[in-house]
Design a protein around this ligand. Sequence first.
Ligand code: DQA
Length: 150
Amino acid sequence: MKTLSTRKNVLVLNGPNLNMLGTREPAIYGSTTLADIEAACVSHGAALDLAVTCRQSNLEGELVTWIQEARGVQAGIILNAGAYTHTSIAIPDALTAAEVPFIELHLSNVFAREEFRHHSWLSPLAKGVICGFGAKGYSLALDAMADILD
Ligand code: DQA
């Protein structure tokens, strides 16, 4: 176990409507709340010697600002951009500008859903994509990020 100061920082960033997890369409997204997911990310991250910070916003511009601020501070980002995955150009532009490696994540299997969810502006830039494993996807993503950063 490394000391806190030598741990690599990882940002777990959630986009619009993910604050509603637990009550939002539980048949699709599960019944785990965002607070539970974030607590699990912090503790799983600590076990991997990663210092995890979690943030969520419903606003595209706020997500862009936080991605910009990650430059030189965060070693990696786990990003569930929600519906902005399929619509935003500003978020992938921010990720390119920030030069922070990121993993795209979705709780649901977006490829088994409506066609508009099949396209992502993020995937071509991502280190990898995890989708369809529900809340467990966040710990899978942290495992993958720990390997990437090793
Ligand atoms: C999502 C999938 C998106 O298509 C949707 O708009 C979301 C959540 C997921 O985690 O499965 O808000 O990113």
